[in-house]
Ligand binder design. Structure first.
Ligand code: ACO
Length: 431
């Protein structure tokens, strides 16, 4: 069969370039434009990279039209039902599900790296008591780079794997310290007799004066949230980690760059913004008015937790988490007026022509905040929880990029629309 290609012709110069088309396992084929500039002297223009595949990846596939999400080929629904966050992180990093011995080994290695350098604890004291936890987390994560700089050879696959283990192992520690500093609570060392999620909850919520007994319902919910957020293909924060990594930067600093990107409310910060929005709505009777504001182009209100760059169907993670949210609230017998507002808001928006025609469905963050809230996690900690989960995906994507023979520094081009060349004028002569 002939190799597929697309010919691009400049109708002014009449010059053409034939661009090969690469076909992946799933998803839209991609046009390889690497000869475009050489042959036609042109770049492509794609604000927000909406039509640009920035890399080759075998980690995650998502089909936004069909609402499909696969990690290494496994549907998210099956992983959410049957797996654990540690197993999913192994899958993302290593490419296959572990056998029993591999899982034991992975779990043991992660435990062995759960501590952070003692001096790192002092970094937290530099932050104001009310600093946003994402600013703290981005800072301390970058600080981890200082402990593993000269000893990390990013071109050594064993060092890369060790880095992945360290990041997955240390993030619960960093996140819990971020929370406890803000809350005026003493830091808690990991207890490696506990499994990963339980250890995280222990570091977050235990009191020095009381024995800590984990609530199994809360552990299940947390495990589920971590699985659902573990990776999501080339989203803004993952692309940031890859871009920083492509400059051969220290991987902990790259993850810190991912944390900074995730913070934004168009991205991971949406889970926090959803709760703020529900609080602002305050009562079921105010929903219609709020929805009208979200539809009004002269009002900058958006329905937080609605819409997605890629999903033009129900986010499959949102479907899973919606049910988990119901189960959790029922089993904990919690009266959650906010959940009632959320359900009614969802119903109204899903029947509204504005949202239907734009294919705006609830995304994973519409529900995750409600679960975190039921687990007594403060709103400002929602996005750090997301960062904890996503660090598995970030580091798997970073490893994949460095292991790819085609790896080059990421360097987009631009369409320059600024001033033409002009001469410098001394300040005294300027008008
Ligand atoms: N509420 C109201 N209108 C919306 C919303 C929303 N949440 N999202 C998109 N729209 C409208 C836009 O105004 C636009 O309307 P128009 O065609 O009349 O101009 C149309 O839908 C398309 O929107 P875009 O901004 O082009 O969509 P884009 O793909 O760039 O943005 C995004 C996706 C950022 C997620 C957006 O939907 C949004 O801001 N949602 C709310 C924030 C949110 O929930 N973010 C979490 C994303 S998931 C994650 O990161 C884990």
């Amino acid at each position: 069969m002939a190799t597929r290609s697309v010919t691009i012709t400049d109708n002014v110069s009449g010059k053409s370039v034939e661009c090969p088309v690469h076909v992946g396992e799933y998803g839209a084929p991609v046009i390889d434009i690497k000869n475009l500039y050489k042959e036609l002297g042109m770049f492509t223009f794609d604000i927000g990279y909406a039509s640009t595949a920035s890399c080759r990846s075998a980690i995650t596939y998502l089909d936004g039209e069909e609402g499909v999400l696969l990690h290494r080929g496994y549907p998210i629904e099956q992983l959410a039902e049957k797996s654990s966050f540690l197993e999913v992180s192994y899958l993302l990093v290593n490419g296959e599900l572990p056998n029993a011995a591999q899982l034991d080994d992975w779990t043991h290695s992660i435990k062995m790296h759960s501590m952070t350098h003692e001096h790192l604890s002092r970094f937290y004291q530099g932050y104001r008591y009310d600093a946003h936890p994402m600013s703290v987390l981005a800072g301390v994560c970058a600080a981890v780079a200082s402990y593993y700089h000269s000893t990390t050879d990013i071109y050594n696959p064993e060092h890369r794997l060790m880095t992945a283990k360290r990041i997955i192992a240390k993030m619960p520690n960093l996140v819990s310290k971020t929370y406890r500093y803000q809350s005026g609570l003493p830091f808690v060392y990991p207890d490696n007799s506990r499994e990963y999620v339980e250890n995280f909850m222990y570091m977050m919520f235990s009191w020095p004066t009381e024995p800590y007994v984990a609530n199994p319902v809360a552990l299940r919910a947390m495990n589920l949230l971590l699985i659902l957020h573990a990776d999501h293909e080339q989203n803004a924060s993952t692309s940031t980690v890859r871009l920083a990594g492509s400059a051969e930067s220290n991987p902990y600093a790259c993850v810190s760059a991912g944390i900074a990107t995730l913070w934004g409310k168009a991205h991971g910060g949406a889970n926090e913004a959803v709760i703020e929005m529900l609080q602002e709505i305050g009562d079921v009777k105010n929903i219609r008015k709020f929805v009208d504001r979200a539809k009004d182009k002269n009002d900058n209100v958006r329905l937080m937790g609605f819409g997605h760059r890629v999903y033009k169907n129900y986010d499959p993670r949102a479907k899973i988490i919606r049910q988990a949210c119901h189960d959790l609230l029922d089993s904990m017998n919690l009266d959650q007026p906010m959940f009632e507002i959320a359900m009614e808001l969802e119903r109204i928006a899903l029947e509204d022509e504005y949202f239907i025609s734009r294919k705006l469905y609830p995304n994973v963050d519409f529900y995750s905040g409600l679960i975190y809230q039921a687990l007594n996690i403060p709103t400002s900690m929602f996005t750090p929880m997301f960062a904890l989960a996503r660090s598995a995906g970030w580091i798997a994507q970073w490893m994949e990029m460095l292991g790819d023979g085609d790896f080059r520094i990421g360097r987009p081009r631009q369409l320059y629309i600024g001033a033409k060349q002009r001469d410098y004028v001394a300040v005294a002569q300027r008008k």
